[in-house]
Design a binder for this molecule. Sequence first.
Ligand code: AQP
Length: 332
Amino acid sequence: MSQKRVLSGIQPTSDSFHLGNYLGAVKQWVELQDSHDAYYCIVDLHAMTVETDPKLMRKRTLTSAAQLLAFGISPEKATLFVQSQVPAHNQLGWVMECLTGFGEASRMTQFKDKSQKSGADTTRVGLFTYPMLMAADILLYQTNLVPVGEDQRQHIELTRDIAERFNSKYGKTFVIPEGYILKEGAKIFDIQDPTAKMSKSAGSGAGLIEIMDTPEANLKKIKSAVTDAGREVKFDAKEKPGISNLLSIHSALSGKSIKSLELEFDGKGYGDFKTSVAEVVVEYLRPIRSKALELLEDEPYLLTILHDGAQKASSVADKTLEQTYKNLGLVL
Ligand code: AQP
């Protein structure tokens, strides 16, 4: 039996991914490449929905590739590519926009949140149509499974709705994808404001644990993470959001269950617990950062992997696009 297909993407919007990107998404990417036909893409076109600097875009795209490889994405097992190198994404994106209702798109909470933060004058139309481009990213590959963090659930639902609509109106064209969202740790919160998701675009960056940050900087940040009232290390997302977030992070990286961590730190204070979280995070990330820095020294190698990936991705994407155009009655 042929393997099920997986696709996911990540934006090159920062000099480093953060722990939320890894635990919510990329960790699953690495696991799924062993059992699935995996396509992973650096979504640079999505990154253009906010202000970008051409020099930074190039650098961040390559840094993204280096981090993904350092995390364990293997070019032998998975197809790793850059979205803009596969033109079918834009082409199907337009079709998706023409199939989506304005009201339907207006309900996307990520757009509402981000546009509210930046204001109507600076919010770009591309930010509004982003979920339709994301639908194209997914549907082009006849994807079965989309591993993402909790924040992307609504976009996956929209993709399913558009695909079902297209299939029933124009004939079966797309596989209906399913989200692959973890039950625990699918949302990692800012360590300075544990009510907000850890996000690259978060204010000061003090609440972000960044993969490419030095071990010393991350150690310091985690030791200064906000905690909650009381002194008991116990998972309670409502009453103790700070400690609960740190417990999720510790558990995901150390492999220890939350229950066993609660027992281990029973009777000890928040200080001991935060020191342990800091050590676990720093030691986990240390070799990944070193590997990414080493890969960045060899730009031709990174470019070759990405070009090979784009070629392979195009051969799948072009077939879907052709079938879509055919079903829509376009003259080929
Ligand atoms: N805090 C998070 N917890 C769990 N998963 C998360 N993801 C992002 N933040 C968290 C998941 O990471 C994947 C890639 O995300 P993205 O690069 O597409 O951007 P995003 O979701 O918009 O992440 P950011 O950090 O908030 O970026 P900016 O600030 O640039 O918008 C996705 O699967 C996402 O679910």
